[in-house]
Design a binder for this molecule. Structure first.
Ligand SMILES: Cc1ncc(COP(=O)(O)O)c(C=O)c1O
Length: 384
């Protein structure tokens, strides 16, 4: 065997032994939060399509019309010929939603964070990252070449202590956190983080991938903290907005610099027109139907009440199982009952903290939420 294949096969064997091997499973998503997998129809509690908008007739029609008008792909980097007119319209709409001067759209949320952080931080700077922040924030921090200082989850005292120790020797300081934590569903104390940043001339980046469309009438987690100063408001079009792509909302100067310097904007093809059109149609729905945007959190709260967990603060509810194999077994048991609740294992979460990550959608029938709660309750009770 070629040494490369030996290396890969050996690694796979070790991952299998630790119940950490992951495999792609072809999944056909359909309306009503259902999926078809291996010939079975399951109600999914693992999609981030919190409002079901990826299947909404108006969103799909907008994407189809954009393909007819502009074609399937955008053909080049936005700075060359890939800047379809839909993108500036989308940026205006997102900036309005977030209450910022300007916005820039990236190819994905991952590309946004890996482009934004290295544009504003480099050698001689510090990037302070919440320990539970999303992988693409860590990737952006690593790409920047700045010194990375992790701070304990949502711990503003620890953040302040790190800044007290390191801020004066660094040129710039950037603090990065999820607004809604993707695997835990809790919310960052953006007001306190902002106060610590303002006191230390540090720049706060909040990733609202799981907040936009579902918190504060769809405006996202930052809108829960109107006093907070958040110069980098990052997010994605790929979850509640049902499309694909990422964005950074901020001041005109910040956005102008990103448009000329962010490597993940300059050296990659622009977002396809269909994705931009779908996101625009989704924004119409989000802005026009606040009652819809409130449903995922309401369903999550009904679930946490039924199973005896603290009240949900976002549509994401983790049920910590512990070992990876136990989480897989729990997920399989729910699948047998017609529910798709994918097990989340290390390295996405810490060792010993494998879990069921339950994501609630506006489309989930209340009776099914109640039935899932009855099935999940024994796992909640089993915890010390
Ligand atoms: C908190 C967070 N940030 C960023 C991303 C990446 O966004 P995208 O899927 O648009 O690349 C995700 C999930 O994928 C996420 O959960």
């Amino acid at each position: 065997m070629h040494s490369l294949d030996t290396y890969a096969a050996d690694k796979i064997q070790r991952l299998e032994a630790a119940s950490l091997m992951r495999r792609l499973r072809p999944t056909r998503r359909t309306a009503g939060a259902f999926v078809e997998r291996d010939g079975r129809r399951l109600l999914s509690f693992s999609c981030n399509d919190y409002l079901g908008l990826s299947q909404h007739p108006a969103v799909k029609a907008a994407a189809q019309a954009a393909v007819e008008t502009y074609g399937a792909g955008s053909g080049a980097s936005r700075l060359v010929t890939g800047d379809t007119p839909l993108l500036s319209e989308l940026e205006t709409r997102l900036a309005r939603l977030k209450g910022t001067q300007a916005c820039v759209v990236f190819g994905s949320g991952y590309l946004a964070n890996t482009g934004v952080i290295p544009t504003f931080a480099g050698k001689g700077d510090i990037v302070l990252v919440d320990e539970l922040a999303h992988a693409c924030i860590w990737a952006g921090a690593q790409l920047s070449g700045a010194r990375i200082l992790p701070f304990a989850h949502n711990d503003t005292d620890h953040l302040a202590a790190l800044l007290a120790e390191h801020r004066s020797s660094a040129r710039h300081a950037l603090v990065a956190t999820d607004g809604v934590f993707s695997m835990d569903g809790d919310i960052a104390p953006l007001d306190w983080l902002s106060a610590v940043c303002e006191a230390n001339d540090a720049w706060l980046l909040s990733d609202d991938a799981h907040g936009v469309g579902v918190l504060a009438h769809g405006r996202g987690s930052a809108a829960l903290f109107p006093e907070a100063q958040i110069p980098f408001q990052m997010g994605t079009l790929s979850k509640a907005l049902g499309a694909y792509g990422g964005y950074l909302c901020g001041s005109q100067a910040v956005v102008d610099l990103l448009k000329t310097r962010a490597r993940t904007l300059v050296y990659t093809t622009g977002l396809p027109p269909a994705a931009a059109a779908a996101a625009l149609a989704a924004l119409d729905i989000v802005e026009g139907d606040p009652a819809l945007t409130a449903l995922p959190l309401a369903k999550a709260r009904a679930f946490t009440q039924a199973v005896g967990l603290p009240a949900a603060t976002s549509p994401i509810v983790p049920v910590i199982i512990g070992e990876a194999q136990d989480a897989l077994d729990a997920s399989r048991a729910l699948e047998a009952e017609g529910f798709l609740v994918v097990a989340i294992r290390p390295p996405t979460v810490a060792a010993g903290a494998a879990r069921l990550r339950i994501a609630f959608s506006a489309e989930h029938p209340d009776a099914e939420v109640a039935r899932l709660a009855q099935l999940v309750k024994p796992y909640v009770k089993a915890r010390p």
